[in-house]
Design a protein around this ligand. Sequence first.
Ligand code: AHM
Ligand code: MG
Length: 336
Amino acid sequence: HAADAHRTDLMTITRFVLNEQSKYPESRGDFTILLSHIVLGCKFVCTAVNKAGLAKLLGLAGETNVQGEDQKKLDVLSNEVFIKALISSGRTCILVSEEDEEATFVEPAKRGKYCVVFDPLDGSSNIDCGVSIGTIFGIYMMKDAHEPIVDDVLQPGKNMLAAGYCMYGSSCTLVLSTGNGVNGFTLDPSLGEFILTHPDIKIPKKGKIYSVNEGNAKNWDGPTSKYVESCKFPKDGSSPKSLRYIGSMVADVHRTLLYGGIFLYPADKKSPNGKLRVLYEVFPMSFLMEQAGGQAFTGKERALDLVPKKIHERSPIFLGSYDDVEEIKRLYSAEE
Ligand code: AHM
Ligand code: MG
């Protein structure tokens, strides 16, 4: 009986990825092991985030505890947990984190073939008021067994093997793509396991929502201004779009993925490259969008074609429903 099957035959994220990897005869479980260490990091951060509101009482991250010792800030703590979990997986060689100025090169004895780029806790301005925040990650594979150098992670996003994010919201949701579509898993806190709840996510072809920090409007360029104007005052007789903006990329992108629409962090006069970071914000989210049938554009090119020159490089980004991104592409090409 189908209903029973749902309750007793649990598709955990590990089981799902093992099934997926078994399609590739050369795969030896390394990716599954790497992913299980990422999942561990996400579970840890989820627990820490859920307790954050009690920080004053319990002496948690960012607060002084009962012994008067300073506790680590949540983003610093999350970073340490991910770095340690990734190194101890024995499957990584280069790690790039938003929290660390320099890339981390894993010592030879613990080295594996994967490079992981990540933002351990994105949306930090939302931590103290209990609004959704998240972890974003992307995974590259070393082409051959040479001594790792920083160029190994300065690859276009289309070379990523996998990407995903975990959102710490009203529930804890992990969205993952290994290049065969996008799947969403929700943490069952009683089991401590991520269970497949959103199989084969496809973004609606066109959406009714736009998502942008409109407070920057005075500094926008022509195409961005025109686009947002057309969301509010459509010229084709369609209804205006709704505006939703949380200010946490993971939450704004998650909603865009499920409901459709567009998320933009454009360039402006003050920040000509926008705000968001190519390697661990723009690329993973662009990878997921394309895998879900949407698009991601930088204002100049397909986002996944960009080749970063520095690990913390920024880029403007427009991503979401296929038709909505098509419209912004049209406005930028009309500009040239
Ligand atoms: P952070 O890495 O300091 O948390 O900044 C990244 C966040 C994204 O999650 C979000 O999309 C963006 O910054 C919001 O920026 P703004 O406050 O300028 O709208
Ligand atoms: Mg960030």
